[in-house]
Design a protein around this ligand. Structure first.
Ligand SMILES: CC(C)(COP(=O)(O)OP(=O)(O)OC[C@H]1O[C@@H](n2cnc3c(N)ncnc32)[C@H](O)[C@@H]1OP(=O)(O)O)[C@@H](O)C(=O)NCCC(=O)NCCS
Length: 161
């Protein structure tokens, strides 16, 4: 399988905070892919106008929440959202375009997003029990399990800022 090291030579990978119209639209496209809706907590299809309004309120106007994107050859292929909850902890949500999954880019995006977030707050993740790639992603990136039930596994990452 093609891995990230090989891919880096071919594609120019850049991870940054999402701010352009095109990046925000690509986040919507990726989020609405049927494969991704299946593993999301909210499985409904979202329309573009609602998505743009939601994104502006949640990330552009509210500087506490962060949404990073992974651009490959200037095309947005993944996102990592970090949303601050009422307990002052970040909740992470990460997704890649299905064409780029399983090549190590999820790890690259998660690590870089945490670095760019640059916080001393705890980061939480909620993963469906059957979502193997996601469970592996958090386990191999030093997230610890603090709670599980039949539907979800909850992870926690204590930042070492
Ligand atoms: C979760 C996700 C971001 C992970 O990114 P990725 O680039 O696919 O993951 P990585 O390549 O960095 O690898 C993660 C691990 O999962 C493994 N993995 C990938 N696809 C897998 C699959 N279908 N079944 C089992 N393991 C799998 C990889 O082998 C790797 O483990 P390893 O390093 O021991 O080999 C990506 O798969 C995705 O977008 N999934 C759909 C959205 C989603 O589930 N988001 C998480 C919601 S909490």
């Amino acid at each position: 399988m093609e891995n990230f090291a090989n891919m880096e030579k071919e594609k120019k990978i850049n991870i940054k905070e999402a701010d352009s119209d095109n990046e925000i639209k690509r986040i919507w496209e990726i989020r609405n892919r049927p494969e991704l809706r299946k593993v999301s907590t909210n499985q409904k299809e979202i329309n573009l106008i609602d998505h743009i309004k939601w994104f502006e309120e949640k990330y552009l106007k509210n500087k506490k929440n962060k949404c990073f994107v992974l651009n490959a050859d200037n095309q947005t292929m993944g996102y990592c959202r970090l949303d601050l909850n009422d307990n002052n902890e970040y909740m992470v949500s990460i997704a890649l375009d299905p064409t780029l999954q399983g090549k190590g880019l999820g790890t690259k995006l998660l690590q870089e997003a945490i670095k760019l977030l640059n916080t001393d707050k705890t980061i939480l993740a909620e993963v469906k029990t059957g979502n193997k790639p996601s469970l592996k992603l958090f386990q191999k990136n030093n997230f610890e399990i603090y709670n599980k039930n039949k539907d979800y596994i909850h992870f926690r990452y204590i930042t070492k800022k």
